[in-house]
Design a protein around this ligand. Structure first.
Ligand code: DAH
Length: 331
């Protein structure tokens, strides 16, 4: 029995002793030939042998079963074991804000156009009515390439590029990177993202822009947002304005529940989001448009700023360091 290690071997043992012509079966058949007085004792001995052999066969069969189960478990998957958590990625908060803002304009019929990050002085400055003696051109603010081209300092060049390539009406947003020679601190970076908007058609006025931006900020920040225009100056718009929206940090009140001034807006209740205005007649003319036939609004906003206000981030570097623990929180 010790040498038996499978069911076939076990069956061979059973047949050898207990089978029809097995050794014990043969002995039992021989009882009849014994003298009557010896028959009971012979029967007892044989029955005891059968019993103990059957017990051994049962025990051996159980042992074989246990071994087979152990072998199967050793090579199979334990479905009750806790699985390894799978880590799903997520869109970067900048990308999400950019896509949400572009989506808002796309649903209103605007096309999303992308431009080159390397621009000519003509499109970055001249065509936008930025004269050669303007400080932005002195190389202090711009990264120039050896060819005389530069890394665009804003997304506004796409206004003229798009108008020169297409007749009116125009309704576009153009998101992308812009570069300036700024030292990095909590509010500045040498690379950042802007969203530029442009709508040109007969009869367009600033009221159209105010309505459009109110909708944008309500979509990004909440249903109570309003928009305020503050007079400003840009060479490529006339009139020009800074765009403010209700501070989402304090719902425009300027103060927090504990009575302290709101840190997001510094207590003013408003947050500056970018610049805007009516496209300057000179820019329309440079683009081949007739300023007497069409008018248009334009705006430019920092996407980092939108994302920071949206997520309550007070340091722009958080958006570029990409610490996975922070990104997971903002997902
Ligand atoms: N280009 C400006 C900047 O980078 C932002 C800007 C202001 C864009 C007014 C516009 C505009 O389209 O109309 O600071």
């Amino acid at each position: 029995m010790a040498g038996v290690d499978d069911e076939a071997g076990l069956e061979a043992v059973r047949v050898r002793f207990l089978g029809r012509s097995g050794e014990i079966t043969t002995l039992r058949r021989g009882i009849g030939a014994l003298p009557p007085a010896e028959r009971p004792d012979a029967g007892k001995v044989i029955n005891a042998a059968v019993e103990s052999l059957e017990a051994m066969l049962t025990e051996k069969s159980r042992e074989l079963g246990r071994r087979a189960l152990d072998a199967a478990l050793a090579t199979s998957i334990d479905v009750t074991f806790p699985g390894a958590p799978s880590r799903a990625g997520s869109l970067h908060p900048l990308r999400r804000t950019l896509e949400d803002a572009c989506g808002y304009f796309e649903r209103r019929g605007f096309a999303v156009v992308l431009g080159n990050e390397i621009e000519t002085e003509y499109y970055n400055f001249d065509a936008l009515n930025i004269p050669p003696d303007h400080p932005a051109r002195e190389g202090l603010d711009s990264f120039y390439l050896r060819s005389g081209a530069l890394l665009r300092t804003h997304t506004s060049p796409m206004q003229v590029r798009t108008m020169q390539a297409n007749p009116p009406p125009i309704a576009i947003v153009t998101p992308g990177k812009a570069y300036r020679r700024d030292a990095v601190d909590a509010r500045h970076s040498y690379m950042f993202h802007q969203l530029e908007g442009l709508l040109v058609a007969p009869g367009i006025h600033l009221g159209h822009l105010k309505g459009m931006l109110t909708g944008l900020f309500r979509e990004l920040f909440g249903p109570a947002q309003t928009v305020r225009f503050r007079p400003s100056f840009f060479p490529f718009t006339e009139p020009s304005a800074e765009i403010d929206t209700t501070c989402p940090g304090c719902a425009g009140s300027g103060s927090l529940a504990d009575g302290n001034a709101c840190r997001t807006c510094g207590g003013s209740g408003w947050i500056e989001m970018g610049g805007a205005g009516m496209v300057h007649p000179g820019v329309l003319r440079e683009s081949g448009y007739d300023p007497d036939a069409v008018s248009g609004w334009a705006f430019g906003m920092g996407i980092e700023r939108l994302a920071m206000v949206r997520h309550g981030i007070d340091d722009i570097r958080v958006l570029f360091e990409n610490d996975p623990r922070v990104l997971a929180q903002l997902a």
